[in-house]
Ligand binder design. Sequence first.
Ligand code: NAD
Ligand code: TYD
Length: 348
Amino acid sequence: MKNILITGGAGFIGSHVVRRMVTQYPDANIYNLDALTYAGNLENIKDIEKATNYEFIKADIVDGALMEKIFVEKDITHIIHLAAESHVDRSITNPMAFVETNVIGTGNLLQAAKKHWNGNYNGKKFYHVSTDEVYGSLGETGFFYEDTAYDPRSPYSASKASSDHLVRAFYHTYGMPIVISNCSNNYGPNHFPEKLIPLLINNILNDKPLPIYGKGDNVRDWLFVKDHAVAIDTILYKGKEGETYNIGGHNEWSNIDLVRLLCDKMDEKLGREIGTAQKLITFVKDRAGHDMRYAIDATKIEKELGWTPSVTFEEGLSQTIDWYFENKDWLENVTSGDYANYYDKMYS
Ligand code: NAD
Ligand code: TYD
């Protein structure tokens, strides 16, 4: 019997991973562990909360003793670790929260797994979900490969890089069966509107300025979140012990081109003159240490594990906009309260 612990399953990517695992593996017990920070929302997984193979555990990964207890009580055999502080801008204002959750929290989970598994690694797996941002920033050409040297430049990416190093150290030192993936920028339903795409959708719906950092020439490589969830499932079962897999969509966009595309798609769906939303574009002060370009080479996962993205960017973006149109309550709930304070501090 597999007892799979998913951390951060009430967040954006985690909720899609939880849904995928609960529906795909009815014979496994899926435990969703989440502290429900500002980014965690049980509404994201409401549709599966009554599934018989699913249980939610509210807990903070910074509490090491509690992590050990949960590993024993639930006899965890697999972990997919996604819980993290995930927003670069917040890491610039409050780096220590990132050190605590991303570094100490990951260390606590590794320790809990090591103690519980006690050298019996048969049928066990520690899967750490990471980001392409650990590789640093690219110029106009080139890609991130699995063996690209780490060069994190924000407190967020530095904390994720630290956690990746810790996970690899447990493989080399204790023989723990680990696997790591580093993925490009995700987009899709349930994305918290502090990140670029959902922030733009929310602002267009509310006729608010669309803040573009610097000149808007920074480039990101976008992947639909459901494709990431499938990649994670694939790596959990087919990924080789001790290996790293890059995940990406071969889908690079400069921020300004992406904003223009999104604006026009929104106008089209709102049945109004194309160009209306673009009038809201506002260039604002650049992010400190803003990474110029990210681009993933995903050849390894494609060739070795047979995973490729299933939707084009146009399709994924269209599905995403439709989801926000159909879930205005969700958007209103997450943007009331603390979000308004965050937004005022960040963009005023
Ligand atoms: P998110 O911010 O939407 O969700 C994070 C979740 O973790 C939330 O549910 C939150 O409540 C929970 N959490 C935070 N601190 C916790 C703690 N101390 N204990 C327990 N739970 C805690 O993040 P996301 O965008 O879904 O990212 C998930 C993972 O994927 C992260 O590890 C991130 O680094 C990685 N990743 C994200 C992207 C992206 O584009 N969003 C790309 C590549 C990798
Ligand atoms: P973001 O969604 O925060 O992801 P990341 O920084 O992890 O790549 O930002 C994506 C890009 O959009 C990044 O280059 C920063 C830029 N950006 C803006 O121009 N304006 C904004 O309001 C935000 C949130 C991001």
